[in-house]
Design a binder for this molecule. Sequence first.
Ligand SMILES: C[S@@+](CC[C@H](N)C(=O)[O-])C[C@H]1O[C@@H](n2cnc3c(N)ncnc32)[C@H](O)[C@@H]1O
Length: 206
Amino acid sequence: MSARHSDAHAALWPAYGLTVLDGDRTPLDLPGLFGRDAPTVLEIGFGMGDATAAMAGADPGRDYLGVEVHTPGIGNLLALVGERGLTNVRVAHGDAMELVHRLAAGSLDAVHVFFPDPWPKARHHKRRLIQPANVALLRERLRPGGVLHCATDWPGYAEVMREALDGDPGLAVADGTHPDRPVTKFERRGASAGRPIVDLIYRKMY
Ligand SMILES: C[S@@+](CC[C@H](N)C(=O)[O-])C[C@H]1O[C@@H](n2cnc3c(N)ncnc32)[C@H](O)[C@@H]1O
């Protein structure tokens, strides 16, 4: 981490950070974590956190729980939280699906999965985050009417994502919903390499 990141980590981790341990199934109390009972957005794999901080800053009525494995990203999001005085962001360090296991059914207003690692080699496809079992678990954690928003710049992964989302019996395409999100770092990278950007937005039906 840079000095900016490690200073932010030292100052803000105790109040804003959460360590996710593999195998820990202790239920996570979201109102306790945020100090209020507000609709909560889970952002999986926030990278450097620029989009998370921008969305949370523009949406003070909802709480944003970001989860990331990459340490500099944790430091950067904490630095943005401190610099912008954001009180509706919490930063979880560890594996996203381990964290999801600790959330109550129906506890999330939205899940954002922006540009997850594409794992382009066929032998690595099983590592992809968006696959039917994970989609079912994420849907279960959403409230009825809640939104699962995925985005990718990898055409092959987009197709697989669409199949997994269409194949989930509790989700339906959120017609008329626009991909209202900031451009992310990995999106810029994909777009400048000429890859098409695909947003897939689904709603939990019941
Ligand atoms: C391609 S980057 C996209 C980052 C950011 N969303 C963006 O669009 O710029 C994917 C991110 O997901 C994170 N990641 C990968 N697997 C993860 C997991 N199991 N749990 C949490 N984060 C994960 C990686 O560390 C990486 O930062």
